[in-house]
Design a binder for this molecule. Structure first.
Ligand SMILES: O=C([O-])CC(=O)C(=O)O
Ligand SMILES: [Mg+2]
Length: 231
C-alpha cells in the first residue's frame, strides 16, 4: 500500500471512512465493541491471528516453552507497519495478549494491535506508543479460553470479515476495515469529504440552517468551490 493512501486514511475519521464504504455498498466494516486503549491513530495492512476455543488437554502453560507457538510467532513475524489483528470470536474471558507482547510489537515497528477479545496488563499497555484496540481487560492468560491456530488467514473480528492486507484504520472511536482494493479511492474521497465537512461546520457555526447547508445544495457547493479555488 502506498504511503499517501496510508497517510490520508490515518488522518481521516472512522466516521468518514465508514460513510465512504457505505456509499460503495459496504455496511459491515466497523469493529463494533472494540475500543482504543491508547491515544494513537492507526492505518496499516492487516496481519491476522486466528484463535479457536481452548481445550484443557492441549492448552497448558508449558506450551509457551515453544517459541513457535502461533501467538508468539505472530508477534515475531508481523511485518513493519502491519496491524496484528486477532480473532477471539468476541470472547473476552481470557486475554488475547499482554503488555510484553504488545511492547515487542511496538519495538518491532508494528502498525498496531487489534482484538475482538480482551488484553491483560492493560495499565502498562495504555502507556505504549502503539495503537491498541480491544473490547476491554481480562487478567487471565489466553490459553484459559483461546487456542492460537492460524497466522495470516482470513478471519472474522467483531463480526467483520478481515482479509490479510486489508487496511485497518483506527481513531478515538474504534477501528474500521477498508478492503485493500478500495483503499486508495476511499482515502482520496475521505480527504475531500472532510475538507467539505470542515467548511460546512464553519458555516453552521455562523448560524446557517441545515436546509441548504448540510447536506449542501448546489448553491452552497458552488460557494464552497469558489472559496476553495480563490483561497
Ligand atoms: O500471557 C499473555 O497473554 C502474555 C503476557 O502476559 C504479556 O505479553 O505480557
Ligand atoms: Mg504479561
Amino acid at each position: 500500500m502506498d504511503a499517501r493512501t496510508l497517510d490520508l486514511l490515518k488522518q481521516a475519521s472512522t466516521a468518514t471512512i465508514s460513510t465512504q464504504l457505505l456509499s460503495r455498498g459496504l455496511r459491515n466494516t466497523f469493529l463494533h465493541g472494540v475500543k482504543p486503549l491508547t491515544d494513537r491513530r492507526m492505518a496499516g495492512p492487516a496481519f491476522t491471528l486466528r484463535y479457536i476455543p481452548a481445550r484443557e488437554d492441549l492448552d497448558v502453560l508449558s506450551v509457551y516453552q515453544d517459541y513457535d507457538h502461533p501467538q508468539r510467532k505472530a508477534v515475531e513475524t508481523v511485518p513493519e507497519g502491519h496491524v496484528l489483528v486477532m480473532d477471539c470470536r468476541g470472547q473476552g474471558r481470557a486475554a488475547s495478549a499482554g503488555a510484553i507482547l504488545a511492547k515487542r510489537l511496538e519495538v518491532r515497528g508494528a502498525g498496531g494491535l487489534v482484538t475482538d477479545g480482551t488484553l491483560r496488563d492493560t495499565p502498562a499497555i495504555e502507556t505504549l506508543d502503539l495503537p491498541v484496540y480491544a473490547q476491554g481487560a481480562s487478567p487471565l492468560t489466553n490459553l484459559a479460553q483461546h487456542h492460537a491456530v492460524d497466522i495470516n488467514v482470513p478471519i472474522g473480528c467483531a463480526e467483520v470479515a478481515i482479509y490479510p492486507g486489508d487496511i485497518l484504520v483506527g481513531d478515538g472511536e474504534g477501528v474500521v476495515c477498508v478492503p485493500q482494493e478500495l483503499a486508495t479511492e476511499v482515502a482520496e474521497a475521505a480527504y475531500e469529504q472532510e475538507r467539505l465537512e470542515e467548511w460546512i461546520a464553519a458555516e453552521i457555526a455562523t448560524g446557517k440552517p441545515l436546509r441548504g447547508t448540510y447536506p449542501p445544495d448546489r448553491t452552497t457547493l458552488e460557494r464552497y468551490h469558489q472559496q476553495r479555488t480563490s483561497g
